[in-house]
Ligand binder design. Structure first.
Ligand code: ZN
Length: 331
């Protein structure tokens, strides 16, 4: 649309600063941000995700939103990162497994489709990994070498940051604390029983409250009820916090990780979650003797998009020079 307009007179001597785009394709909304090389958000937009219309429609929506930002930015993005719900093959840039709420998303070639449209490199990550990339790059755990990230959203996701890098494991499932057993006997969305997700996800908080009261409430409404002193709502959030602490203690015992960042919609009720988490950690301190630090997300709803931009920035950096000094002259 801007192609036919005359180019504005701009000074040509100053090189344009690098800009990176981050895209968060979630089940209900798609968020796109443009970030500076320091990961400061320069501009952003949020649009509904057409999850029922299939992968092509979802990616087209993301590209349209990005196009809107690029049209009002003086600089085109150098590279684009995408954080997407579901299990993804980051290397192949493809979605492997997606939940029922997405149509023809599993198997979709996300990066190839976007690179063909944009002409710049595109990188794909699972949304929880992108969340942790964002918080570790510029958020609540910036500079920390070892972190477990947990997202308490519709489900419970997890990701691991070890020695200053994402550790995905051989099957991309490292850090998935939401689906480890030992948290009671309730049926989980994954088909298992007694997983952390049955107590600490937004959906579960609503379900546990309904079991106690017969009332249908969102996790947010249950949090509001807890704020008014509703004992059932307080008990549900207390159980969620205690369960999160248990997952933290398991991780600390297994990996000696002592820093934890909690995001997702449920974590906005931090005033309700933090006391039971801290009480459980105080009751059973880790064997390392080192105190555990548990913090809420600092980037909030933008964490996934900023984390995706962070991945794009990392991938765009020139490869480090070879360690062998003074390679033999080639001339
Ligand atoms: Zn499960």
């Amino acid at each position: 649309m801007t192609a036919s307009q005359p180019a504005a007179a701009v000074p040509t001597a100053v090189p344009a600063p690098q800009v990176f785009a981050g895209v968060d394709i979630g089940g209900t909304t798609t968020q796109v941000v443009l970030c500076s090389a320091e990961l400061t958000v320069l501009d952003g937009v949020e649009v509904p995700t057409p999850a029922a219309e299939g992968g092509a429609a979802m990616v087209r929506t993301a590209l349209d939103a990005l196009g809107l930002l690029v049209a009002r930015s003086p600089t085109r993005p150098h590279a684009v990162g995408v954080g997407a719900a579901g299990l993804v093959d980051a290397r192949a840039g493809r979605v492997l497994v997606a939940s029922d709420s997405f149509r023809s998303w599993a198997g979709f070639e996300v990066t190839a489709t976007m690179e063909a449209a944009l002409g710049v490199p595109v990188f794909l990550d699972n949304d929880v990994n992108a969340f942790l990339l964002g918080e570790a790059a510029t958020g609540a755990v910036a500079g920390e070498p070892h972190v477990l990230g947990m997202t308490l959203g519709t489900g419970v996701g997890g990701a691991l940051w070890l020695d200053g890098a994402l550790y995905e494991g051989p099957h991309g499932a490292a850090g998935e604390t939401g689906h480890i057993p030992g948290f009671g006997d309730l049926p989980c969305t994954c088909g298992g029983r007694g997983h952390l997700e049955t107590l600490a996800s937004g959906r579960s908080i609503g379900a546990r409250y309904r079991e106690r009261t017969g009332l249908d409430r969102t996790a947010h409404a249950v949090a509001e009820a807890a704020g008014r002193g509703d004992p059932d709502a307080l008990a549900v959030y207390g159980a969620a916090g205690t369960a999160v602490a248990r997952a933290i203690l398991i991780t600390a015992g297994l990996l000696d990780v002592t820093t934890f960042v909690i995001g997702g919609g449920v974590s906005r009720a931090w005033a309700l979650l933090e006391p039971p988490i801290l009480a459980a950690l105080a009751a059973e301190p880790p064997v390392s003797g080192h105190p555990l630090r548990v913090v809420p997300s600092r980037l909030g709803g933008a964490a996934v998009a900023i984390g995706a931009a962070s991945r794009a920035r990392t991938e765009s950096r020139p490869a480090p020079a070879p360690r062998t000094p003074r390679a033999s002259p080639t001339s």
